[in-house]
Design a protein around this ligand. Structure first.
Ligand SMILES: *Cc1c(COP(=O)(O)O)cnc(C)c1O
Length: 360
């Protein structure tokens, strides 16, 4: 069935898979014979308990999350994690931060309110167009953890390796979670705002190694204490019930396609279509060092701000929306998360080729 949907390249909130939306629509008025929608249900009801349990179990299965890790389904966005991480994990009073873009910088600044947040590396010298190499990371012996942003949504860069650290590794995966398999065991804590690749806005996922829980400092607000949420199985207060339900449908959709290995194949294919064209284009180019290119957020510029603005306007009129780059960096950005079909990327490239021909 066609719904006259357009291709939405928004960085987040972003596209959701059509089969997920169809299922949610079909179940909207009467979920599973309950006589109500999931939105209207008590989070303590049996029907809802099954949903949240299935969401966590499917996440564990799809992401291959070992038993030593807890899955917390929280609110507050990834931005709340900038404070929750140091409040719960900065037990030595110091932590290392790699700053490779705006979100990691915010995380670093927030952590400095709670202790000695040290700059392990920064890619600001070249406008965040690369990722520092392992031997460029200044890691301190007494750091409680190293914090990285695994995929930089605004600059379109991605860590193409997992840093080796003595301290636990903490990663903001908001814009790359579920895009490919990751070895969860290499991380102490992973967090993600769900509105990019998992669910609608309102849900924040934290995957944390159990031995890191229980060390929150005294001043930590109860709602910011991971252990409280872990002990209550994410039911300490009302969880974001509807986004959790959609997240469950998204995870089931991924599993039905063959899991994260298959997702990675499709995502690689989509990214390659765009980068291959950008590499041959005489008009557009991608400013990122090739080794650090993101598979989810593809940035490009013409080098002329007026032409960029013209492109965004024409693209929107042709049915490709939200291709404008982040307001802080300008240019263009195509966010091609899991729900973006290959066809959407192919059509965008066709459109870019036409624009190039007309603007030589
Ligand atoms: C979008 C984003 C954030 C901010 O997420 P909120 O849920 O809006 O707080 C943080 N980090 C990364 C990598 C993001 O892409």
């Amino acid at each position: 069935m066609s719904y006259d949907r357009i291709y939405n390249f928004s960085a987040g909130p972003s596209m959701l898979p059509v089969p997920v939306l169809e299922k949610a629509a079909a179940e909207m008025l009467n979920y599973g014979g309950s006589g109500m929608s999931v939105m209207e249900m008590s989070h303590r009801s049996k029907a809802y308990e099954e949903i949240i349990t299935a969401c966590k179990a499917t996440m564990r299965e799809v992401m291959d999350i070992p038993e030593e890790y807890d899955i917390l389904l929280l609110q507050g966005g990834a931005s709340s994690q900038f404070a929750m991480v140091p409040l719960n994990l900065m037990t030595t009073g110091a932590a290392d931060y790699a700053v490779t873009g705006q979100f990691s910088k915010k995380a670093w600044k927030e952590a400095a309110r709670y202790g000695d947040a040290r700059l392990a590396a920064s890619s600001e010298d070249r406008n965040n167009t690369y990722i520092p190499a392992q031997d460029a990371l200044k890691l301190s012996d007494d750091a409680s953890y190293l914090h990285i942003c695994f995929n930089n949504t605004i600059y379109g860069t991605k860590w193409n390796y997992i840093p080796q650290t003595k301290a636990p590794l903490v990663a903001d995966m908001s814009s790359c979670i579920l895009s490919e398999p990751v070895d969860v065991r290499r991380f102490g804590l992973i967090y993600a705002g769900a509105q990019k690749n998992m669910a609608p806005a309102g849900l924040t996922v934290v995957i944390v190694r159990k031995d890191l829980l229980g060390h929150a400092r005294d001043i930590t607000p109860t709602m910011f204490n991971y252990q409280i949420h872990a002990e209550a199985e994410s039911m300490y207060n009302t969880p974001p019930t509807y986004p959790i339900y959609i997240c469950k449908l998204v995870l089931e959709w991924i599993r039905s396609l063959g899991g994260l290995a298959e997702m990675q194949k499709i995502n690689r294919r989509k990214a390659k279509i765009l980068y291959d064209y950008l590499d041959e284009s005489k008009l557009f180019h991608n400013p990122v060092e090739p080794a650090a290119r993101s598979m989810m957020n593809v940035t490009f510029v013409t080098g002329d701000a007026d032409k960029d603005a013209d492109f965004c306007k024409q693209a929107a009129a042709a049915g490709f929306v939200s291709v404008k780059g982040h307001r802080s960096v300008g240019g263009m950005r195509a966010s091609i998360y899991n729900a973006m079909p290959v066809e959407g990327v192919e059509k965008l490239v066709e459109f870019m080729k036409k624009f190039e021909l007309a603007n030589r």
